[in-house]
Write a protein that binds this ligand. Structure first.
Ligand code: IMP
Ligand code: MG
Length: 178
């Protein structure tokens, strides 16, 4: 097996846990008790799993669903389109939706998902991102709830992958020797 890479921690598991509790309080006071959480696969599954338990502490009683999205084409070209590769099972009509994803870069994925769910008749769609790379935005999109501002580095862990590895790391970091 290859030797372990040198990974610098950007956000520790203790920092993440504390931030999740704060986010959950904000979400609870904004959206209330009865919400539909939609977690975007794969990257948000760890964050979403922790955040829903913080939401429970904050008094929210969510239903949970998942959707998988893929961007096609060159990510640097603004015409790059997003498609649904796995759709939700629930109906969003009249629901208060909390859409959760791992990291906001161009903003295309979240903009697409929010617009799609609104067009299906959701009462409201609020977005919650674990990380925000503000400098990378291509479309005019701002998240409603953000865990941490992220430096312009390729980050891994806590659900985020590099070539499908490192999702299991309990913290968020970046690989120093790459
Ligand atoms: P965008 O906002 O549509 O550009 O989508 C961002 C997506 O790109 C995220 O959901 C991640 O899947 C992926 N991504 C962006 N930056 C990183 C990173 O630093 N590490 C791992 N995945 C990333
Ligand atoms: Mg993703």
């Amino acid at each position: 097996m290859a030797s372990e890479p040198n990974i610098e921690t950007l956000f520790s598991s203790a920092q993440i846990a504390k931030r999740n509790e704060e986010l959950a309080e904000q979400i609870a006071s904004d959206l209330g008790r009865d919400i539909l959480v939609i977690a975007v696969l794969k990257g948000s599954f760890v964050f979403a799993a922790d955040l829903i338990r913080s939401l429970h502490h904050a008094g929210v009683r969510p239903q949970i669903d998942f959707m998988a999205l893929s961007s096609y084409g060159d990510k640097t070209i603004s015409s790059g389109t997003v498609v649904i590769t796995r759709d939700i099972m629930d109906t969003v009509k009249g629901r208060k939706v909390l859409l959760i994803d791992d990291i906001l870069e161009s903003g295309r994925t979240m903009e697409f998902a929010r617009d799609e769910l609104m067009s299906r008749g959701a009462e409201t769609v609020k977005t919650c991102l674990m990380l925000d790379k503000k400098g990378k935005r291509v479309v005019d999109f701002e998240a409603d709830f953000v865990g941490f501002d992220c430096p312009d580095l390729f980050v891994i862990g806590y659900g985020l992958d590099y070539a499908h590895y490192y999702r299991e790391l309990p913290y968020i970091g970046h690989i120093l020797d790459k």
